[in-house]
Design a protein around this ligand. Structure first.
Ligand code: ATP
Ligand code: MG
Ligand code: FE
Length: 393
């Protein structure tokens, strides 16, 4: 079973050949990051044009690296959303033409489901990490902080329920905003990750208040199944997150302690000096101890909140394993604390490697595999769905 995956939802043009949803024979990514960096964000028109330019050579390279001819493929898989409409359309149009020309089925994949399967693809290859459904997946990045419960459907495909999400900022967004406030570089995650071990995580008390939760249908259904003793009329909580409060608390702390970057403290030198990397000793030396304490306390609070909600949801839904993906999953404190808590509960936990944590097509081909086996093919007139959601809300 050879599937060619194609991904073009944002600023990466990617193609990969994956065998049986578990072995990546190739994984080619053409990133446009440096192009968009000049504009401080992804420019949709430029992204579409770059995808058009890259799609043919990227697919050709993926086939060449896998030593696979077009005729050997069993299916073509493509990201249908969420993402930029024009960018998605380049991949979809190309995949449809290939599938039609080859007479092979087309499989449509949700990008977020792809991120979950990126972790599974590797976990399956690593012996000793059994990942059995139901699984709880935390997708945590600059644009998402979502909890999904992945379950087996009747035909062996997967179904998803969104059982928690941020009610305001994404966790990565909070990292980026607090880093900016302190005059650190962009993106802020790697800076805070590198500097936090040099501060005292208990120096600044960040409290997470009770979030006003919405009650998801999924949580309610599960709730009524498990707790018949519960008083009626009290909705089961969703496992939601909130990060705007901690961002505001950090700002207030900086203001009341007169921690103006570039004046009393020399943070601005970090942002202005591209030679200084997050991991370099100079970065630590340029930070005041008070700043390091704030950084350490912020990260401790954010990771603690992610940990608490994720494991509470895992317990409530009887998950048999935990998956963490998205840019923030690179965070070392997050990995350490999630691993320790999972070990304590004898639950397997899996994170993506660096190569599969950013957008790629191997994850799209892997996610397509159970759909392919179930004959769950896309219609010939498949279009882009920029706001596509994952699973029942
Ligand atoms: P999405 O993929 O949801 O549309 P995105 O493209 O912003 O959003 P990613 O590229 O997956 O998301 O991740 C980028 C985010 O991850 C940034 O907010 C960045 O600060 C954060 N990040 C990267 N490395 C780390 C780290 N080591 N610790 C914490 N956060 C990190
Ligand atoms: Mg990104
Ligand atoms: Fe992504």
């Amino acid at each position: 079973g050879l599937i060619l995956g194609i991904e073009s939802s944002c600023d990466e043009t990617a193609a990969a050949v994956v065998r049986a949803g578990s072995t990546a024979l190739s994984n080619v990514v053409a990133s446009q990051m440096s192009l968009h960096a000049n504009y401080g964000g992804v420019v949709p028109e430029l992204a579409s044009r770059e995808h058009l330019r890259n799609i043919v050579p990227v697919v050709r390279e993926a086939l060449a690296q896998a030593k696979v001819a077009l005729a050997d493929l069993d299916a073509v898989a493509v990201t249908e959303g969420p993402g930029l409409a024009g960018a998605l359309l380049v991949g979809i149009t190309y995949a449809k033409a290939l599938s039609f020309g080859l007479g092979k089925p087309l499989v449509a994949v949700n990008h977020l489901e792809g991120h979950i399967h990126a972790v599974l693809l590797e976990a399956r290859q690593r012996a000793g990490v059994p990942m059995e459904l139901p699984l709880l997946a935390l997708v945590v990045s600059g644009g998402h902080t979502h909890l999904y419960l992945a379950e087996q459907a009747a035909n062996d495909t997967w179904t998803y329920r969104n059982v928690g999400r941020t009610v305001d900022d994404a966790a990565g967004e909070a990292y980026d905003k607090v880093a900016k406030l302190l005059g650190l570089g962009y993106p802020g995650g790697p800076w805070i990750d590198a500097l936090a071990p040099h501060g005292n995580p208990r120096a600044v008390p960040f409290a997470f208040g009770q979030i006003k939760t919405r009650a998801t249908k999924a949580a309610q259904a599960e709730h009524s199944k498990h707790s018949s003793s519960q008083k009626p009329g009290k909705p089961a909580p969703a496992f939601d997150f909130s990060f705007s409060g901690i961002k505001t608390a950090a700002r207030r702390y900086v203001e009341t302690h007169h921690m103006k970057p570039g004046i009393e403290y020399r943070h601005a030198e970090l942002a202005a000096n591209p030679q200084i990397k997050p991991q370099s000793p100079e970065a630590v030396q340029l930070c005041n101890p008070q700043t390091l304490d704030l950084i350490a306390s912020f990260q401790h609070a954010v990771v603690g909140n992610l940990l608490r909600q994720t494991f509470a949801a895992a317990e409530a839904f009887g998950a048999r394993g935990i998956i963490v993906s998205g840019g923030v999953a690179a965070n070392r404190e997050l990995r350490r604390r999630f691993q320790a808590e999972a070990d304590r509960r004898s639950l397997p936990v899996a994170f993506p490697s660096l190569a599969l944590s950013t957008d790629n097509a191997a994850m799209i081909a892997a996610a397509a595999w159970p759909k392919f086996l179930a004959g769950n093919f896309a219609p010939e007139d498949l279009g882009a769905t920029p706001q596509l959601r994952l699973g029942q809300q």
